[in-house]
Design a protein around this ligand. Sequence first.
Ligand SMILES: C[S@@+](CC[C@H](N)C(=O)[O-])C[C@H]1O[C@@H](n2cnc3c(N)ncnc32)[C@H](O)[C@@H]1O
Length: 198
Amino acid sequence: MTKKKKKRWADHWTVKAKKENYPARSVYKLQEIQKKYNVIKRGDRVLDLGFAPGSWLIYASHMTGEAGRVVGIDINDTDIILPDNAKVIKADIFEYQDNELFGANRFDVVLSDMATDATGNRFVDSARSLNLAYAAFSIAKKALTDKGSFVCKIFFGEDFKAFTDEVKGYFKEFKIFKPQTCRKASKEIYVIGKDKSV
Ligand SMILES: C[S@@+](CC[C@H](N)C(=O)[O-])C[C@H]1O[C@@H](n2cnc3c(N)ncnc32)[C@H](O)[C@@H]1O
């Protein structure tokens, strides 16, 4: 694919997101995950780690409906108008790990789309992504209800298998999924655990 074509393809999702009032194209990745795996149900309590700028948060709040609740955490702020059933916290997940928000049985779904800015060094980028994925998993283990679900972005790298093996042991259903809306060159992939069983 030529550079020109690639750019046009990327713009399509960004333009579509704007038209549909989402701040980022990432919403279509969660939409694909939801359509295929139905992770978010009406009335669910959802924790959205790395929520900013807020596309997943808005989409999750539509999926849960008024009876549900979505809490987003990010080191960055957002300027979106928050849905009525959502609230956000500005915090670094590594410093916020022991917060009482993450007490037992607090959430039906834990989402993590966390990522740091890419350095271009694949070892550094995948190690950082792995750290974030483990931080998200450690919160999911504490805060998910029995039968809860976990969706977590991770960059494919050396310890990918060790991480996925750990997650797999925690859920009755387990999938690794690359949404079609992910950029082809991206090493990102989503780990999906459903029906927490430990
Ligand atoms: C790809 S963006 C998430 C996009 C979001 N899902 C959406 O749909 O708008 C990744 C986010 O992870 C956040 N992040 C990275 N490291 C973090 C950390 N240590 N604690 C909290 N958030 C973090 C970044 O600030 C960034 O906003």
